[in-house]
Structure formats: structure tokens, C-alpha cells
Write a protein that binds this ligand. Sequence first.
Ligand SMILES: [Ca+2]
Ligand SMILES: [Ca+2]
Length: 367
Amino acid sequence: MYYQNIKKNLAYFSLALVLFSSVSSCKKEEHKKAPEAKADLTSKIETPEGMVWVEEKTFLQGAKESDNYAMSREKPAHWVTVDGFFMDITEVTNKQFKAFVEATNYITIAEREIDWEEMKKELPPNTPKPHDSILQPGSLIFNKSVNAVVNMENYGQWWTWRTGADWKHPEGPESSIEGKDNYPVVHVAYQDALAYCEWANRRLPTEAEWESAAQGKNTNTIFTWGNDAAKLDAHANTWQGVFPTRNEPQDGFEFISPVKSYPANSIGLYDMAGNVWEITSDFFNVKHYSELDSSKPIVNPKGAETHFNPNNPYQVEHVMKGGSFLCHASYCASFRISAKMGVSVDSGSDHMGFRTVATPQMLASNE
Ligand SMILES: [Ca+2]
Ligand SMILES: [Ca+2]
């Protein structure tokens, strides 16, 4: 939610560049195979390094009954069945993204010149063109020096557009990722994540796959570690104190943390709550769950047909999951499994990254 409003508030600072005219996808169409054939193939495929197998299961997607933080877009909860798949045990790291860039010379959206003619299509009509000095490559970073806010609805108070911020310079041009190989890559947009997936023979998870993985061996819990909210600080890098002015990192990290800094969930996945948000392949559509037909079994759902967010009608948004080191219970409590926000296809920030998945079919086709 706050992403959309940041965009409205910072129209001049303009978060996003639109250098692609269409949303591509590294998602591969998979042929539906008989269960025996599927099981046979799965047994022949070795688990790739750095991934874990997420078993097929039926679980409750969306807001849990006892979850007082759940928002309307997370409701109603509905039973879904999701096939098994492999998932990265961590968020994609700087080291992994560096290997991709070195192999492909890929330039992320945050590193590209801003095309005003494209960008204005994502802004309210008649938005005046900002000064050229504003239309420079850059990205959004959290303003660590904010010491007072007058209105919690005004998200622009704690976000800053930083020229020269990108994955190699996460806090601005003077910063670097030296010594941070094992930190999650940030300032990558959905389209950048797709390019990485294509190179790595991976794809982004659907929201249902992401929730299946976050549930792990459970089927109906609020958090990736279970239902005990008191375990938050021991299990996730989030925000303690008063958001966004007083950061009291009882959880050990004031801002972003190296991957694997907290215990894994029941199937070996790290940071499924907090640290950095994770992009999924589903469109962000606040009405989707309320329009679902739950009278029939829902198998391998891929989300809404299109995006819909009344707070941000001009941009194509996808669902991101898990919350980040900026999440606080008083605000969005997005460290819950069912929580979600929308992010436009060309926007990155210093608290969003991604992790990838692969099916046995994808891995077999690459042999
Ligand atoms: Ca923290
Ligand atoms: Ca995360």
C-alpha cells in the first residue's frame, strides 16, 4: 500500500522508469503430466545447490482466522493445492546477482536513464515534467534520519529518491557492496528479477507457491515459524521501537542483514519473514480473493488475471511477500505469511529483493 502512495507523493522524484513496454515472463508453460510421470521425474532430479524441495500440499492461503492484522485483500482464506517445486533457501544474494551481471552485462532499471515519455504514462494525467536533474538513474532508499512524522499516511516522509542508488550502491553512489556477498541483492525491480530468472533457468514463485513454502510443514499458521507472535524478534529481521523514527534493533540488525542470520523455517528456508520483500509472479489485485470461486478445488493458482489497485491505477503491479527489515507490528505487520503489497514492474528499493523457484520439468529440460 505504501508503495503506491509513495509514488503519488513523490511523483516529481519519480520512483520508476519504464523502459520496457511490455511485461515479459520467464514463466514456462508446463505440460500437465500424470502423477506417476511427475513423481518419476521428480525422483530423478537432484536438488540444485542452494535450493530445497517444497512438497506438494493442500493448505489455507490467505488470512488466518486468528490473525487480527489481516487486511481485506488477504480475505477470504481459501484452500489451495500446490504441486511440489524447488525453492532458493535464501533471498538471491549480491554474489549470485553479480555472477548474472558478469555473464550477461545486464543493466538494471535503476542504472538506466529515465525516459520521461514512458514514465509519465504511469503517473496521473497532466503531471508536470520534473527537472532533468531529477530524471537521473537512481532508486528509493529509506530515510534513516527521519525523526518526526506528522501524518502516517504521508509515506514520502520516510522515503528518499537517491540518484545513483542501485544494486551495487545500495545506499547511494558513495556506498558499495564490498564485503556484502551474502547480503540479499536490492534495488532490483520485477523486470530485473525476470532477467535473472531467464539466465538462471528459474522463475519467480507464484504467491501460492510462496505461501506453501512459508508454511513449510504446516498448513494453517500465521507466521513461517508457527503462531506465536512473541517469537518474531528471534525469527525475523524486522523493526522494533517506533516506526519510522526510533529503531531499536532487539532482533540484532538495525537495517538489512546477511541471509541466514535467523533460524530457517521447518523446511530449511531462511528469511521468509522480514529482511527484504520478495517479488512473486502474481498480479497485485486487491479484489482477487473476494472474487475467487472456492466451490471448486483450487490447484496451482497463478493469481488474478490482471492487476487492480485503486490507490495506484496507472501502474502494473505484482505481489511482493514477507515484509522487510522496515516492517513493524504497528504498521503493516507484513511478516505474516498472508500479508502482501503491490510493487510496480519497474520499481526497486533498498528493502526489496526476490528468490527463485524451479520445477523438475524446468530442470529436466535444461539437461
Ligand atoms: Ca531489525
Ligand atoms: Ca524475505
